[in-house]
Design a protein. Structure first.
Length: 105
């Protein structure tokens, strides 16, 4: 529950920061367009901000998908390494017991 709450707060802060970045970029974009009326400028800035946010969301989704696939890949490699290590330890133990048995016989 606590992790979900913190993730929600983090997501909200990220979204708020991205919206502000979009607004700032929109204002920079429309600043040299002196012939626009206030209504046109506000409309263009709103569209620019919405597109900026859509691009950011698409980027976040691609990043999340890639992170998930990397996590799955690393977990699979870790499991394989752990199995190989366990097999090596067991083989070493069997060889040690076999050598000890031969020495005592």
């Amino acid at each position: 529950m606590r992790d979900t709450f913190l993730n929600d707060i983090e997501g909200h802060l990220l979204l708020t920061a991205t919206r502000q970045e979009g607004r700032t970029a929109a204002e920079r974009f429309t600043a040299p367009l002196h012939w626009l009326t206030d209504t046109q400028r506000a409309d263009l800035e709103g569209r620019f901000e919405a597109e900026y946010l859509a691009l950011a969301r698409a980027s976040w989704q691609r990043t999340a998908v890639r992170a998930g696939s990397l996590r799955d890949e690393y977990e699979a490699r870790y499991r394989a390494l752990r199995r190989r290590l366990l097999a090596g330890v067991l083989l070493g133990g069997v060889l040690a017991v076999g050598a000890l048995t031969l020495c005592l016989a």
